[in-house]
Ligand binder design. Structure first.
Ligand SMILES: [Zn+2]
Length: 311
């Protein structure tokens, strides 16, 4: 007798768990760091709250203890120029040294462009309402009174004769109109559901900046794990696919990055989806195409978790 009962109990728990998943309320955004007016690159020891948080994220992605350093415009310009790069185009790098074609030194930290990577991520992390979210409009039908000119015809007797007389009068008449009512709760703005609030050109410019900054952090984290290479006119060193892997694998880490910055899983996935649809295709030509690969597709050889939502 006890066996069927136990089985029933187990079934009951399973059913309750399934229901709980379906009825999950919208999770609130969290702020893993406090809002601050300090710029992320002003701590001389590179221990600002956002640098520490980004270092934790990078360590998780790299699979070992690493860190990141945010640099202000002056330092960034001289650092990148010294290594022969373009300070306005580069967003981050990891220092490497080769000797006789062999990797002899891999930096344990990534250097990041402070204004384009660290500052957007600091603002994102400190926000309790994530700036990549917006509210959906709920339309409602309401009855309002509107003025309408109406013609009324009355019968009048003039001089013993009956006549119909028409006059125009203004009356208030009820009419139904559709209007935007209360906004729904904030949700992923890059989604299939149309969302209208705050969706200005400026909103999407900022959205792009947040997604780019998250991609850069994840991209450099892949390099920190040891996926590095240098392409030179005299011959490539290291992994010739290092940039393709850093970009493709980095993109797939975006949901993790966004969640660590306090975003909810649905919006974190939406930012990754945006990156895949809008940002990734740009790299077909950007940077001489060295970041882009046709192999970076769901189910392809660079898919980190086949069968799961892409990217
Ligand atoms: Zn790279």
């Amino acid at each position: 007798v006890s066996v069927p009962v136990r089985r029933l109990v187990v079934l009951g728990v399973a059913a309750a768990a399934a229901l709980a998943v379906l009825a999950q309320p919208a999770l609130p955004d969290t702020a893993p760091i406090a809002p601050s007016s300090d710029l992320p690159w002003t701590n001389p020891l590179h221990q600002s709250p956002i640098e520490l948080l980004m270092s934790q994220i990078a360590s998780q992605i790299a699979g070992k203890q690493v860190s990141v350093r945010c640099e202000g415009m002056t330092d960034w310009t001289s650092l990148v120029a010294r290594s022969g790069g373009d300070p306005t185009a580069e967003l981050g790098y990891v220092g490497v040294q080769y000797q006789n074609g062999e990797l002899v030194s891999l930096s344990p930290y990534a250097e990041l462009a402070g204004e384009k990577v660290c500052l957007p991520l600091q603002n994102f992390a400190a926000a309790t309402a994530k700036p990549t979210k917006c509210r959906s409009a709920a339309f409602e039908t309401v009855t309002v009174s509107t003025k309408k000119r109406v013609r009324i015809t009355t019968k009048k007797v003039v001089g013993g004769k009956s006549r119909l007389v028409s006059t125009w009068v203004t009356r208030l008449v009820p009419s139904q109109i559709a209007r935007i009512g209360n906004y729904g709760p904030p949700g992923p703005c890059f989604a299939t559901t149309p969302r209208v609030q705050d969706v200005s050109t400026n909103f999407w410019t900022n959205y792009d900046a947040y997604a780019t900054a998250m991609l850069t952090l994840a991209h450099e984290s892949i390099h920190l794990s040891g996926v590095v290479g240098l392409s030179r006119p005299t011959g490539d060193l290291g992994d010739p696919l290092a940039e393709v892997k850093a970009q493709c694998w980095g993109m797939q880490w975006i949901p993790y990055v966004a969640e660590q910055l306090g975003d909810t899983p649905d919006d974190a996935q939406a930012i990754a989806e945006y990156t895949w649809q809008v940002i990734y295709p740009r790299y077909k030509t950007l940077g001489s195409g060295q970041y882009w690969s046709a192999a970076c597709v769901p189910g392809g050889p660079l898919d980190l978790h086949p069968g799961q939502p892409w990217p």
